[in-house]
Design a binder for this molecule. Structure first.
Ligand SMILES: [Zn+2]
Ligand SMILES: [Zn+2]
Length: 346
């Protein structure tokens, strides 16, 4: 099969012919029909992820058709149209038994722990636990755009945030996760305040339902501004970027008993931000992490998509060929393109 192969970290990958994959007993091979390009792929290529073993095929946001099935798979068959969350669970550990597949201790992640979807075919383990059947009318491109940023935002807003109609929700950072969160919180009936430093992203946030936008570059004190406009603070606030400044702003913009949801990854020198614990204690704030979403929760999200309340296709950018995925990935840290780039030609 044709694949984008990384042979050295930070050196330009190439298109290569590699062996077709075969499924494990509990796994499947999927013919990739669409795969999104994500900043996590850039981190993978840079060598920031310790799971990655070279040579490696990146890619983790995809949808396609089941091509081959292992002997222990009972719920899926060749020809099924499917997608997967980016965290694949084992289905057998304590976390999985409690329904928390998103923190499975034996998790695999295509494009990180094994070869991913920047290829004609990819594999998934524990397919019965991890595959999601696509609704009949959902195209592969839209489905591919759900698996990483959109499901992460859905769990953060709906399951961790418990956002309800009429609440104030602040979203700090209007990249892919942030814009998805704005759409999802608005659909839940919340009044969303979007914060970013780029006016074009704030304009997009407004078009997706944000009722107030704040440019953090031109606002003296973001947390104070949110507290003022909401008459006390946000009920729920997300750091959708993953930076000490947005994390602390998100906590400090909450009203009493508010919830901060940390969605953006805080890596390397940003890993230990100065959390204002005095504020957390005095006002009984809650601080929650959010990491991916279980495959079985897709049903709730798909129902909202099929009803038209959520329109993930609005977050799509351009579609490209597999060859162009190389440029799209290596340029990710300097790219200003809006929307999710999806590979649709293999
Ligand atoms: Zn991703
Ligand atoms: Zn597990």
């Amino acid at each position: 099969m044709k694949a984008v192969l990384i042979e050295q970290f930070s050196q330009r990958p190439t298109i290569q012919q590699v062996a077709d994959p075969t499924p494990n007993n509990h796994g499947v091979v999927i013919r990739v029909k669409a795969t999104g390009v994500c900043r996590s792929d850039w981190h993978c290529w840079q060598g920031h992820d310790t799971d990655v073993v070279l040579p490696h095929v990146p890619g983790h946001e995809f949808a396609g058709i089941v091509e081959a099935v292992g002997k222990d798979v009972s719920k899926f068959k060749v020809g099924d149209r499917v997608t997967v969350p980016f965290i694949n669970a084992c289905g057998n550990c304590n976390e999985c038994h409690s329904g928390n597949h998103q923190v499975c201790g034996n998790q695999t992640q295509p494009g990180f722990t094994h070869w991913g979807s920047f290829a004609e075919y990819t594999t998934i383990d524990h397919a019965d636990v991890n595959l999601v059947t696509l609704p009949e009318h959902m195209d592969f491109t839209t489905a591919a755009s759900l698996g990483c940023r959109f499901v992460t935002a859905f769990r953060a807003v709906v399951d961790q945030g418990g956002v309800t109609a009429g609440q104030w929700v602040a979203v700090h950072g209007c990249g892919g996760v942030g814009l998805s969160a704005i759409m999802i919180a608005s659909a839940a009936g919340a009044n969303v305040i979007a914060v970013d430093i780029a006016e074009d992203k704030l304009a997009l946030a407004k078009s997706l339902g944000a009722v107030i936008t704040l440019n953090a570059n031109t606002t003296d004190d973001v947390a104070a501004a949110i507290k003022e406009v909401t008459n006390g603070g946000a009920h729920v606030s997300l750091d959708a970027l993953g930076h000490p400044v947005t994390c602390v702003n998100s906590i400090n913009c909450l009203r009493k008993l508010g919830k901060h949801i940390q969605v953006g990854l805080l890596l390397a020198e940003h890993a230990t931000p100065p959390i204002p614990m005095d504020n957390v204690v005095a006002n009984e704030l809650q601080i929650l992490g959010s990491h991916g979403m279980q495959a079985f929760r897709y049903n709730a999200m798909m129902a909202l998509i099929l009803s038209g309340k959520l329109q993930p296709e609005k977050l799509l950018g351009k579609t490209i060929a597999l060859e162009d995925a190389i440029d799209a990935m290596v340029d990710m840290d300097t790219s200003t393109s809006v929307g999710v780039t999806v590979v649709t030609h293999f």
